[in-house]
Design a protein around this ligand. Structure first.
Ligand SMILES: CC(C)(COP(=O)(O)OP(=O)(O)OC[C@H]1O[C@@H](n2cnc3c(N)ncnc32)[C@H](O)[C@@H]1OP(=O)(O)O)[C@@H](O)C(=O)NCCC(=O)NCCS
Length: 168
C-alpha cells in the first residue's frame, strides 16, 4: 500500500534546521496528554539535543511532513542492529485527518525496507483509535499487549499494544 501524495504536503528527511519545529510539535502533542509517551512538561533542551542526534545518526531516520512551508508532522525510525525499525510519529492537531499521517507512514515503510529492516515495530495506547486504524490500514498486526505497563506522571498505569509490520 502507498499513501499517495497529498496536495500541498511534502514528506522529506529532516535536517538540523527542522529540529526546533519538530520539538515544538512534540511539545504540543505531549501537552494533549493522551496520545504519545512523552508527557508535559517536556525538557525541550534535552529533546532538541536528542532530535539533533537522531537527525545525524546513521541508525535513525527522521521524516518531516511540511505544508505551506511549515512542519506539520514528524516520524522517527530507530534501526536496531537486529533488523527492527522502531517507529514513533505525531501530526499537529490542526492537521490531523487530512492524510499527513498516511503520507509519513508510507514513506517510513519504504525507508525502513530500503535500510534493510525486516520489521517495523511500535507501541500504541489502546485508546488511540486513530493511530491503531492508521497502522492497521498499512497492514500492521497486533503482536502483544502490555498490561499496566507505563506509569504516567499522574500515577496511572497505562496498557500498551505492541504492533508490527513484517517486511520480509
Ligand atoms: C495517529 C495520527 C498520526 C494519524 O495521522 P493523521 O494525519 O491524522 O492520519 P491520516 O489523515 O493520514 O489518516 C490515515 C488513516 O488513519 C486512520 N485515521 C486517522 N484518523 C482517524 C480517526 N480519528 N479515527 C479513525 N481512524 C482514523 C484512517 O484509517 C485513515 O485512513 P482514511 O483517511 O483512508 O480513512 C495523528 O492522529 C496523530 O498525530 N495523533 C497524535 C499523536 C499520536 O497518536 N501518535 C501516534 C502514537 S502511537
Amino acid at each position: 500500500m502507498t499513501g499517495g501524495s497529498l496536495p500541498g504536503v511534502d514528506v522529506r528527511e529532516a535536517t538540523l534546521a527542522d529540529v526546533d519545529a519538530l520539538v515544538a510539535i512534540l511539545v504540543e502533542v505531549a501537552g494533549e496528554g493522551r496520545w504519545i509517551g512523552t508527557e508535559a512538561p517536556v525538557d525541550t533542551e534535552r529533546r532538541r539535543q536528542r532530535m539533533a542526534e537522531d537527525v545525524e545518526r546513521a541508525d535513525a531516520i527522521v521524516l518531516v511532513a511540511e505544508a505551506g512551508g511549515a512542519p506539520v508532522g514528524e516520524l522517527g525510525l530507530h534501526l536496531a542492529r537486529y533488523g527492527v525499525a522502531e517507529l514513533g510519529m505525531a501530526v499537529a492537531a490542526g492537521w490531523r485527518g487530512r492524510g499527513v499521517g498516511r503520507a509519513l507512514l508510507a514513506e517510513a515503510i519504504d525507508r525502513a525496507r530500503a535500510a534493510g529492516a525486516h520489521k517495523v515495530a511500535l507501541q500504541v495506547w489502546p485508546h488511540n483509535a486513530a493511530a491503531i486504524a492508521l497502522y492497521e490500514r498499512f497492514g500492521f498486526e497486533r503482536e502483544g499487549y502490555l498490561q499496566r505497563h507505563y506509569r504516567r506522571r499522574s500515577g496511572e498505569l497505562w496498557d500498551a499494544i505492541i504492533m508490527g509490520l513484517r517486511l520480509d
